[in-house]
Design a protein around this ligand. Structure first.
Ligand code: ADP
Ligand code: GN1
Ligand code: MG
Length: 372
């Protein structure tokens, strides 16, 4: 996507009512997908009010209208539940602020699709699990998110990214990228390609269990990175789950697994020194405890049994997605230097190796935490 020009940003800021004159809009956050800005609006007699303004990625989302229909449906549903439970709607659930034209989002003169949310204040948004308590709090929030959406009418949700966690399809897309070799990088990543190809059978494990009716489809978040939950500064609780763009029918084990992929280690997703990238079984246990408490009995025995597969498959799949994007010329994930997607792929594959070596231990942790 082209960078956001000043002209477009001014047009978009004019399209929304921020309740006071806008005095600034700065790039914000560490998401890989959308263009995120923090907007500062200055009332005459009060402190500055902040908003999150985002241009949705058209590389990722082909139908912003469907995406926004999902986000509005889910946030309003959660809001009702939060209010009924005596919670604070403005901090515990996202809220879409419509543009002046009353539509669900604003389309700029170059076709970019924009939306606004109130900025949730007094929160931390972490890029790595700095303490076990913090990781457990995020786990509880994601487990609870899934439980709260248990009764959501799944058939009203659009599939915002088709085959999003279809690991078989992700492998096929990697094969296609290898065959196309668009930017001539295939020869330099033989080892990574071999790593993925050696796990072809694994890519079918969850998909097959779903086809066989062993794993049920639920309304899931599908992008449960630690930086997609806002942690309350005062209480340390996982307060608000954000980045709802991929909330759609999916597998509970994938929500569990994606968090483990990102958070159950002590390194950055693009760490170059692989000796620093190690799967941490203690953090795995911490997350399991929090997630099961948050999900509060909504998971079946089969789902519990497949949780270690969720961890391994989300990590393998994400590594394959980074590799595919690297071979395609870095069009999907935001990158800050040329080899970043390859570095990301390598950390994921290192974590897969570690998980394979500790698969039995992972299963034992699940049984312990589930009291089985
Ligand atoms: P992406 O899909 O690119 O990851 P996100 O929706 O996750 O985009 O937003 C990127 C970052 O912006 C988040 O990680 C978080 O730091 C911040 N953010 C998003 N929404 C809010 C919000 N309502 N209040 C405060 N911070 C937010
Ligand atoms: C993206 O949007 P963000 O940065 O939270 C991606 C996830 C990947 C993740 C890898 C819509 O998440 O699927 O796991 O990067 N989101 C989308 O860090 O593709
Ligand atoms: Mg995000």
């Amino acid at each position: 996507m082209p960078d956001v020009s000043k002209k477009i940003l001014d047009e978009v800021l004019e399209a929304f009512d921020f309740g006071a004159p806008v005095v600034g809009a700065v790039r914000y956050g560490c998401g890989h997908i959308n263009d995120t800005f923090c907007v500062h609006a200055q009332p005459v007699d009060d402190y500055c009010h902040c908003f999150i303004l985002q241009r949705m990625s058209t590389a990722a989302f082909k139908h912003p209208e469907q995406l926004m229909s999902n986000v509005i449906g889910v946030t309003e549903y959660l809001a009702k539940k939060i209010i009924a439970a005596g919670g604070d709607r403005s901090r515990e659930a996202m809220e879409v602020i419509r543009p002046r034209n009353g539509e669900d989002y604003y389309t700029d003169s170059e076709g970019g699709a924009w939306r606004v949310f109130p900025f949730v204040t007094d929160i931390y948004c972490y890029q790595s699990a700095e303490t076990p308590e913090l990781f457990e709090a995020s786990a509880y929030a994601f487990g609870k998110f899934q439980r709260m959406l248990d009764g959501y009418p799944a058939d009203t949700l659009y599939e915002t990214i088709p085959h999003f966690h279809d690991t078989e399809d992700r492998l096929q897309k990697l094969k296609d990228a290898i065959a196309a070799d668009k930017v001539g990088r295939v020869a330099s990543v033989a080892e990574e390609i071999a790593f993925a190809m050696a796990r072809e059978k694994d890519c079918s494990v969850a998909m097959q269990a779903q086809r066989d009716g062993i794993l049920p489809l639920r309304v899931t978040h599908n992008d449960t990175k630690l930086n997609n939950v806002l942690i309350d500064k005062k209480t340390g609780e996982g307060m608000c789950v954000i980045d709802l763009d991929t909330t759609m029918p999916g597998l509970a084990i994938n929500d569990f697994g994606d968090s483990i992929r990102f958070g159950a280690n002590h390194s950055a997703e693009d760490e170059k020194d692989l000796s620093k990238v190690n799967f941490d079984i203690e953090l795995f246990e911490v997350y399991t405890r929090g997630f099961l408490a948050g999900a509060a009995g909504t998971l079946t025995d089969a789902e519990l049994e497949y949780l270690p597969w969720g961890a391994k498959l989300m990590t393998l799949e994400c590594g394959m997605r980074f590799l595919t994007d690297y071979l395609d010329g870095d069009n999907y994930f935001r990158t800050h230097y040329p080899e970043q997607n390859l570095d990301r792929c390598r950390t994921q594959f290192k974590l897969v190796r570690d998980m394979e070596a500790q698969f039995e231990e992972m299963s034992a942790v699940i049984r312990k935490c589930a009291g089985k």
